[in-house]
Design a protein around this ligand. Sequence first.
Ligand code: G16
Length: 611
Amino acid sequence: MSALPKIYRGNSTPLPDAELAALIDAYPKPSRLSEYSYGTAGFRYEASLLPCAFVRMGIFTALRSASLGGEEVGAMITASHNAERDNGMKLADSHGGMLDADWEEHAVSLANAPDSKHVLALMRTLANRVGTTAPDGKFPPMVVHIGRDTRSHSTPLAELVIRSARAMGATVIDHGTVTTPMLHHFVMHANGHMLPMCIPQRCNEGGYYEIVAMSYAALLRTGGTIVGVGGGCRRLPSASTLVIDGACGIGAIKVDEFRRIFARLSDEGCTVGLPSLRVVNFPGDGPLNVDCGAEFVQKQQSPPKFYGDSASGASRQYVTSFDGDADRVVFHYEDGGGEFHLLDGDKIAVLVSSFIQDELRCIDPDGTAVKCGVVQTAYANGSSTLYLKNVVKTNVVIAKTGVKFVHAAAHHHFDVGVYFEANGHGTVLFGPKFYDFIASAEARLRGTPRHDRANIALRRLRVLPALVNQSVGDAMSDMMLVDAILFLRGWDLSTWASLYSDMPSKQAKIKVADRTVITTNDNETAATAPVALQIALQAAMDAMATQENAKDGPKPRCFVRPSGTEDAVRVYAEANTQKGADSLASEAMILIHKLCGGVGAPPQPLITNRL
Ligand code: G16
């Protein structure tokens, strides 16, 4: 059952400086760390290094809320896909998305200030700059939402953030254990004036489930009214039981709620197309993110371990894996011959963008009213980019890794912007032109038969902004969106997988003494330093192109970049054969080890077993 948040009301008046200083100094900077840095998704370190930064982030989030005139902001305590020993913080700005880039540097300065004297001085400077201090020392109202994942240290770390935000006089809304996208949803909905009219404002857990479940059911119901398709869509047996691998994290607990909600929907007579859900890999079944979950499945390209549950052969036809905080999702299945097939974020982008474009064209055959497009990163498989451009015939933009970058690009370039990183993190953003389009279509189609294709398309498009979580990628709502599209198309995972074949690829990571010695160009497709590294990588790619002698289609490629969430350098390679991809990735690992201060023995060649 969904719990109500705990609310600590604040009076907008910070504690006296001496008390704030005592709280800050009780958690000094760890001697083992030279500096905190703000990574791909906020602060992320081994948990024991974090108390100092977290006390200061309680202060920071309160200040951020004050700077926005009391709009509500959030902090999620999670290290997402990382191992259990790590933790971190993702900051949600008042629009529900990631913290605005302009404020990252303030967060970093506060986290790295040497002591309480400097923290308080920085705090005053910032408060004055954004005009938040009143003569009586009072701040404007400040509201901070807090959520946390299931890691053992998430609760004590969240308590530190709550304590320091309250010490600032902020009102703190503690949502307990939730998924990252739920916390972002709460913040977006709390600042309700930013929501489009068609999305009901629901800022708690029960409301979140209601919006996702109701819009999902509404989308499924549009499949019951297709004229000339035998009375409506049918769910294929191979897509009737959806197995959800929760990565032994929070997503398993939360998605399990939908089994109860689906039962209620069925009782209410709303039965069109609902699958049965089977959740495996709950917290405690096995170690978080180890041999299971989206990160493992996508990077290793192999099925997850089903801890404590063998997940029978039949149900391996339709499986989805979440990551540790349920903001990423990938699908996969094993075919009759036991071969594993992965449907990653690229395949989701293809499925979702082509569905939306098809529906839009039922109303606007020229496809000119609304500009659609897809944002990918350098990790997108070359075949997916070609398919999007040549078959879906949509616009494609390549942005830097990280939701904050792909989200901004989708928002900037498109009226309907689909973004998915290959690792399964993504969503769809609907801009003002889309809502105008829906309003004018509603006016135009009023009174036309309900079963007309344009009318069905309108009903489908109308529910999408509520079904997808427009603040950030969301494994649960993305899973439902994908499932509904498959149902409406009459597909299972194998039909979806057959749209195009991925180029064989290999991903790996390697430790170096200081990963910041590697810098890259804007979209991370090439290293800008060390210069010798990129020259050698280019030579390896050219040699592979000659060796494979592939005339058409994408060429072998390889890039490297420092991770922003782990202490490692990531390597990606793709080629026309698995052997080629393995060999390119191995060569890149050896080059990194040699030219960038590799730690330990030189890496061994990478070999993928499924050749
Ligand atoms: C985070 C970001 C993702 C990014 C991933 C890997 O995911 O939200 O956008 O793709 O890190 O980043 P990097 O390659 O820099 O380590 P999550 O799910 O771990 O929060």
